[in-house]
Ligand binder design. Structure first.
Ligand code: NAD
Length: 243
């Protein structure tokens, strides 16, 4: 049986990815730091192992690996846990900056490193969730965009370093999706601007992002590694600056 581990699995893109993996026959370790939300999300899902852990804390990541029970190997790791923060340079104090970096960048590094033995054993695939905000600068995303640009670089590093062990690493950059994370920072002005700027003229769905993730984890993508895939309704291709 194929085994996956998804971080930030209690809601949004992580929960949609968990559901799609289950449809594809995976057993899924669902990781999230929000214990009540994780319990509610996992309730009624057959084939999941919920593990409460904060991906930015090394001791919690070590415990997560023990509870995940992946000594026989891991086939798909989705580093999806993330936090948003929209603010320009002068409004972003160091506490705010660190909060974003700890989850969005440190978390991807810590979880991937801790699970590298399991990934090597399973000749698994990593999919890191960055963002179109990591592909180019904007006036609002100094911490968020920089953290996601770091995730893109880390993905390429993983692909180059782990390829000889049969481990692939790719990055998905979602465009806007109406999750709790996005709706906390998307003002009506931003929503309107996105609608106009996206060639498909709409936000994406969690499921549409999950489909790309599941493909990159599957054998159908067996020769794809080190790539960055924007799943964004054409926003990046249109070349319009981020609102
Ligand atoms: P969401 O807020 O709906 O879900 C994120 C989940 O991650 C939550 O359940 C939260 O509890 C968990 N989480 C946050 N920090 C954590 C930590 N330190 N340890 C463990 N769990 C943690 O958000 P979403 O929109 O589904 O976002 C998922 C990913 O997609 C994020 O990395 C986000 O940056 C990225 N993304 C989202 C959008 C969008 O428009 N929604 C766009 C681009 C990229």
């Amino acid at each position: 049986m194929r085994r996956a581990l998804v971080t930030g699995a209690a809601r949004g893109i992580g929960l949609a990815t968990t559901r799609l993996f289950l449809e594809e026959g995976y057993r899924v370790v669902m990781v999230d730091r929000d214990a009540p939300a994780l319990a509610e999300a996992a309730d009624g899902l057959a084939g999941v192992v919920p593990v409460v852990a904060d991906v930015s804390i090394p001791a919690e990541v070590a415990r997560m690996v023990e509870e995940a029970g992946l000594s026989d190997g891991l086939h798909a790791l989705v580093n999806n846990a993330g936090v948003a923060d929209f603010g320009p340079i002068e409004a972003t104090d160091f506490t705010r900056w660190r909060r974003v970096m700890e989850t969005n960048l440190d978390g991807v590094f810590l979880v991937s490193q801790a699970l590298t033995p399991a990934l090597r054993a399973g000749r698994g695939a990593i999919v890191n969730i960055a963002s179109i905000s990591g592909l180019r600068a904007s006036t609002l995303r100094v911490a968020y965009g920089t953290s996601k640009a770091g995730v893109i670089q880390l993905t390429q590093q993983q692909a180059v370093e782990l390829g000889e062990h049969g481990v692939r690493a790719n990055c998905v950059c979602p465009g806007p999706v109406r999750t709790k994370l996005a709706m906390a920072v998307h003002t009506q002005d931003i929503i309107d601007a996105y609608h106009d700027a996206i060639p498909l003229n709409r936000y994406g769905s969690e499921r549409e992002i999950a489909e790309a993730i599941a493909f990159l984890c599957s054998e159908r993508a067996s020769y794809i590694t080190g790539q960055v895939l924007a799943v964004d309704g054409g926003f990046e291709a249109a070349g319009v600056g981020l609102p």
